[in-house]
Ligand binder design. Sequence first.
Ligand code: AP5
Ligand code: MG
Length: 234
Amino acid sequence: MAAKAFKALILGPPGGGKGTLSKRLVRDFGFKHFSAGDALRAEISAGSALGQKAKDYIAQGALVPDELVTDLVLGQLATLRNEPRWLLDGFPRHMAQAVALDAKHEVDLVLDLDIPEAEILSRLGGRRVHVASGRSYHVEWNPPKKEGIDDETGEPLVTRPDDTAEAITRRLQQYHDLAKPLVDHYAKSGRDVQTFAGTESDVIYPVMKEHVAKVLHVRDIAALARGMVSELGC
Ligand code: AP5
Ligand code: MG
C-alpha cells in the first residue's frame, strides 16, 4: 500500500509571497505545488466555461464563488493521490472551503505568512507574471533577464488584472476578515501550524525550510517506527 501523502497548506495575504516561497519548497522538498489562483487563471486563458464565470470576480479582487472553486481544487487534488507530498496555495480562503477540504484530506502542516500591508502594496504594483506557468517576477526585486519576457519560454509577461490599487485593497480587506479563523481552526484541530512574520522572502525562507525539514523528518521517523512495529507483529 502506498504511504499516505504529506499534505501542506500555505496561507497568507495577497502578495505575501505564497507563490515565491512555494517555488523554493518545491525545489528543496519535491512538493507537488497546486495554486488555486493559478488554476483559475489557466481556466481563463483556456476560455473554459468556468474561466468565463470566474474572470470578472478575479479582476475585481473578489473571491470566486465556492461552487466554481471547490470542485476545481478538490478535483485537482484527487489527481495527486500518488504524490508523496503536496502543497496547496490559496485554498482554503475561508471556513466553508476549509470544511470542504477537511472532508477529503487530513492536512499535516499549515505554513502561515504574516506580512505587513505596506510591504504588500509596494510589491504587487511591480509584479509581472507568465500566465501559462504561473511564474512570477518583480520589476525591481526579481526582474526577468529581458524586460517583459519570461526567462524560460521567451513568452511575454503580463501584469495581473487584479494587481490594480482598488483590487489589491479589496483582496487585502477580504483576507483580513477571513484568514484568522482559518489559522485558528487548524491550530485547534491539532495540525502543525507555524506563522512566519517578516518582509523578506529571503529571510523568511531559511526559517520555513528548517521547520518543514523538521516536520518531514519527524513524520518519517514515526512512519518508520510504525513499520517496525507492524513487522514485529506488535
Ligand atoms: P491568488 O493567485 O491566489 O492571489 P493572492 O492570494 O491574492 O496571492 P498572490 O498570488 O497575489 O500573491 P502570493 O502570496 O502568491 O505572492 P507572490 O509570491 O506572487 O488568487 C487570485 C484570485 O483568484 C483571488 O483574488 C480570487 O479572486 C481567486 N481565488 C483564488 N483562490 C480562491 C479561492 N480559494 N476561493 C475563491 N476565490 C479564489 O509575491 C508577490 C510579489 O512580490 C511578486 O512579484 C514577487 O516577486 C514579489 N516578492 C516576493 N517576495 C518579495 C520580497 N522579499 N521583496 C520584494 N518583492 C517580493
Ligand atoms: Mg500566488
